[in-house]
Design a binder for this molecule. Structure first.
Ligand SMILES: *Cc1c(COP(=O)(O)O)cnc(C)c1O
Length: 400
């Protein structure tokens, strides 16, 4: 069986994790702090804080910005549930926008039609690793009309004076938009290092701060650091120093810190991320596209254009002119040929929780259309060219 997305665990990863174990320091410590610096350098951002998941990172940002009951947050209908669940956790309403037919990114036109006086945040999602149209989204929130509509309540909202753009970049570390990497493209970006993502720490995530200059990034980092540790003024490492045992708790914070065991995996990964990971993933994407371009039933994903380059996270193949039922049948047949595939994603209005909240699939026709004919193919470092060819043949045989 060809698996869908196994992590790359080699001697380098094992050595880094062993080093953390042998050091005796396994929770947040020097490796986490070093990993944060490396991520900041990698995406040319001022400050990065590691957390235990992207979900936690997104929710902490919403809470910091004061998102609460009565507020609205715009999310794409086509995403993983985490993007909208965090809005629900804060008591606010996820307002769903449809996506573009070609690239699965949130439609800027639809965002515009969904903005109200209650909109506090927009969470674009770089589906499959392809960056959204950030110039358009950033100019939208900075336009006079939209700024006039914004009703600032919390101190942070007053300080920003407009809608916050919080990018869900769970798929897109290393993706490029007009020469800049994700992390440097919006106010705040959140990465995921979950086991199936491009760059993993088993579980984990990072918050990248890129807010305008009225925000002091050092202070923000310190605040969020405390926010991820119960509101405690010192972390375990600081407390372990001589005469430093006493600490205070200045608010009821959360528990969302990354451990050094996790960061150790990330350190092994980030040093070779561009040269090995991204390069291999791109080669796999290119091999799929070359093979499927021979078939008129195949709709190839867009993963590069004039201004953007994907991080090549998942290969979203679409089959022209089929129904959802036919797609499901094709998937069964692909599995019968010993190849694991997937669907990224079931749009949120198809899920019970969002159906019960009143969202209707027919209100997001592009999301449904893209979903109903989509099959995600395996992409991972250790997938060989021969295996890519096996996947292609399994898909071709199943479709035909
Ligand atoms: C994986 C994923 C998340 C959540 O990441 P975690 O680190 O598991 O919390 C959020 N959004 C999208 C689009 C994802 O694919």
């Amino acid at each position: 069986m060809i698996p869908f997305s196994p992590p790359k665990i080699d001697q380098k990863v094992i050595d880094e994790v062993s080093d953390a174990l042998r050091s005796g320091w396994i929770t947040t410590g020097p490796k986490t702090k070093l990993f944060e610096k490396k991520i900041a350098e990698y995406c040319k951002a001022e400050k990065v804080l590691c957390v235990n998941s992207a979900t936690a990172g997104l929710e902490l940002v919403l809470r910091w910005f004061g998102v609460k009951e009565g507020d609205e947050v715009i999310v794409p209908a086509y995403t993983y549930c985490a993007t909208a669940n965090v809005v629900v956790h804060c008591g606010a309403k996820p307002v769903m926008a449809d996506i573009n037919p070609d690239d699965f990114c949130i439609s800027v036109k639809d965002i515009l039609s969904k903005i109200t006086e209650k909109t506090k945040v927009i969470i674009p999602v770089d589906i499959a690793g392809f960056p959204c149209d950030y110039d358009s989204i950033n100019s939208l929130v900075n336009s006079d009309d939209i700024k006039k509509k914004f009703s600032a309540e919390s101190d942070e909202q007053k300080k920003l004076g407009r809608i916050l753009v919080l990018s869900d970049a769970a798929h897109s570390i290393g993706a490029v938009y007009k020469g800049k990497k994700t992390g440097a493209l919006t106010d705040i970006t959140v990465f995921s290092f979950h086991a199936v993502k491009n760059l993993t720490t088993a579980e984990g995530g990072a918050i990248v701060f890129n807010l305008p200059e009225q925000f002091n990034k050092e202070e923000l980092y310190n605040y969020f650091n405390i926010l991820t540790l119960h509101g405690q003024t010192k972390d375990a490492l600081a407390k372990s120093k001589i005469g430093q045992w006493r600490y205070d708790v200045i608010f009821a914070g959360y528990k969302a810190n990354m451990t050094d065991l996790q960061a150790a995996i990330g350190l092994a990964e980030i040093d070779r991320y561009d040269e090995e990971t991204i390069t291999r993933r791109k080669a796999i994407f290119d091999r799929y596209s070359k093979a499927f371009s021979k078939y008129s039933w195949a709709k190839l994903p867009v993963y590069e254009d004039q201004s953007r380059k994907s991080s090549y996270h998942v290969y979203l193949l679409r089959i022209n002119n089929i129904t959802e039922t036919q797609r499901d049948e094709i998937i069964t047949r692909i599995f019968e040929r010993e190849v694991s595939v997937n669907v990224h994603f079931q749009p949120l209005p198809l899920l019970s929780v969002y159906k019960q909240l009143g969202y209707k699939m027919e209100d997001y026709p592009v999301s449904y259309q893209n979903y109903s004919c989509e099959i995600s193919l395996p992409v991972y470092f250790d997938l060989t060219d021969e295996q890519v060819d096996v996947v292609v043949q399994a898909v071709v045989d199943s479709v035909e």
